[in-house]
Design a protein around this ligand. Structure first.
Ligand SMILES: *Cc1c(COP(=O)(O)O)cnc(C)c1O
Length: 454
């Protein structure tokens, strides 16, 4: 094999192409990528000009510059996808967050009194108006909200929970472990499928700190089942003189029955049913930034605010600003992107499927097969786990010679990755989460993945 001498780094750096790169990406990273491109060529034994090396270095530099958190197209058929960052914010919430990033804000400053204020006050009135809860507190996420409740009221004492509600929600959130971490003692009652009022009654003792109800977010037990409604538990808790905590998980301010989904109690319902404290997430059905809410009795909230863990879990000004804007949208009845996606009419998604199938066939080339097919979406993040919304997906079979896995990987490797699901040898791209205004940008994510015959 005859050895081909690739050009030197200095020789490549001397080209106009490389000078443009050095201006944009800096001298050292450019030189490093040129070195890497040269090494790749040497390995391949290919002959290259300095200009070609510079072009290869440009690709490497561009790849290096790509953010690991760059936006992706969520075509998974799961609206609130935890691995894709759950809810996306409304334009108003984004603008509010941006304002809070760029300028000082009255975060803990009472503009009326000209003195120190409390950061959670920013949304206290809004939350009272939307839910009827007397008081509220905000933390980093709902896991933190549950931990703070347990740490404040139940350390070294017992919390009564139904065996049917001892949940694990992805990752490390397992209720028994959270209890352990806060020093609370779990008092399990009932059985996996049935828990009765008398199970709670007999477990009550002078050791009881809380009765807790937990939303079975990501599963359903069906068949011979029963549980005790929150309103009935609230009465028992009141008689026993212990607070009832209702962890709603997703927690929704709007009634999802309006979307044709099975009814779930709203946050206002849970407050009205008499829970002393209600906890839920900011970035699930609410459609806001990651946050955890505790709503309820003012005296209990006050004690939680004084717990040292509150400081370690508090929300920053950026998310608080986004949250305030998100809640304002609810007050005036404006849909945020999560609700817009859930409300999108199946016929409109089907029409988008027809339009986009034509456009993608064009840009992918003749070897690919693209057709719109009926699909179903789930809400995700533990909201109505068994319910689905009708939708349309683009089913794509790559050109012969390309595996569907390789095609899916190529789409994930784009500047704007497209994330779908592989089903029966085809890539399914669900379109419910695609805003019609974004169709051009979506199609622009595809070119360059041409079929071998192009
Ligand atoms: C999702 C969920 C949590 C955790 O909420 P994060 O905001 O993700 O921390 C806790 N409890 C229930 C019932 C949930 O569904």
């Amino acid at each position: 094999m005859d050895l081909i001498r690739p050009p030197s780094v200095a020789r490549v750096l001397d080209t106009d192409e490389a000078r443009v790169l050095a201006d944009r990406y800096g001298h050292a990273p450019t030189a490093a990528c040129i070195r890497e491109a040269i090494a790749q060529n040497r390995q391949a034994g290919s002959s290259t000009t300095p200009e070609e090396i510079a072009a290869q270095a440009a690709l490497l530099l561009e790849r290096q510059e790509r953010s690991a958190l760059r936006p992706v197209w969520n075509c998974t058929g799961t609206i609130l996808h935890t691995n894709l960052g759950r809810a996306i914010l409304s334009q108003r919430a984004v603008a509010a967050a941006k304002g809070a990033m760029e300028r000082p804000v009255a975060l803990e400053f009472d503009l009326g009194l000209g003195g120190r204020g409390s950061r959670d006050d920013a949304v206290a009135d809004l939350l009272r108006g939307l839910t009827g809860a007397e008081a509220s507190l905000l933390v980093n996420n709902n896991a933190a909200a549950v931990m703070l409740v347990l740490a404040t009221f139940a350390s070294g004492r017992e919390v009564i929970v139904s065996r049917g509600e001892l949940i694990e929600i992805g990752g490390a959130f397992r209720l028994p472990d959270i209890m352990l971490a806060t020093g609370a003692r779990l008092r399990e009652v009932g059985t996996t499928n049935r828990t009765h009022l008398h199970d709670y009654e007999t477990a009550l003792s002078d050791q009881t700190a809380l009765i807790m109800k937990v939303h079975p977010s990501n599963f359903r037990i069906e068949g011979f089942t029963s549980d005790v409604p929150a309103a009935r538990l609230a009465r028992l808790a009141r008689e026993a003189g212990v607070p009832l905590v209702n962890d709603l998980g997703s927690g929704t301010l709007g009634d999802i029955a309006a979307l044709g989904l099975p009814h779930e109690p709203t946050v206002a319902d849970a407050v009205a049913e008499g829970a002393d404290l209600v906890t839920f997430s900011g970035d699930k059905l609410l459609g806001g930034p990651q946050a955890g809410f505790v709503l309820g009795r003012a005296d209990l909230i006050e004690r939680m605010k004084r717990h040292p863990m509150k400081r370690a879990m508090r929300l920053d000004k950026i998310r608080l600003a986004a949250l305030e804007a998100t809640l304002r949208d609810y007050r005036v009845g404006r849909d945020n992107p999560t609700w817009a996606a859930m409300r999108r009419a199946p016929e409109a998604i089907a029409r988008a499927g027809e339009r986009l199938a034509v456009r993608l066939r064009e840009c992918l080339g003749s070897g690919f097969h693209v057709e719109p097919v009926a699909s179903t979406c789930q809400i995700g993040s533990g909201a109505a786990p068994t319910a689905t919304l009708p939708s349309t997906a683009l089913a794509i079979s790559p050109a012969p010679g390309t595996s569907v896995e390789a095609f899916a990987a190529a789409l994930r490797d784009r500047a704007e990755p497209v994330i779908g699901r592989i089903r029966e040898g085809r890539l399914l791209l669900d379109l419910r989460c695609l805003n019609p205004q974004d169709e051009d940008a979506f199609v622009a994510a595809f070119p360059g993945l041409a079929a071998p015959d192009r």
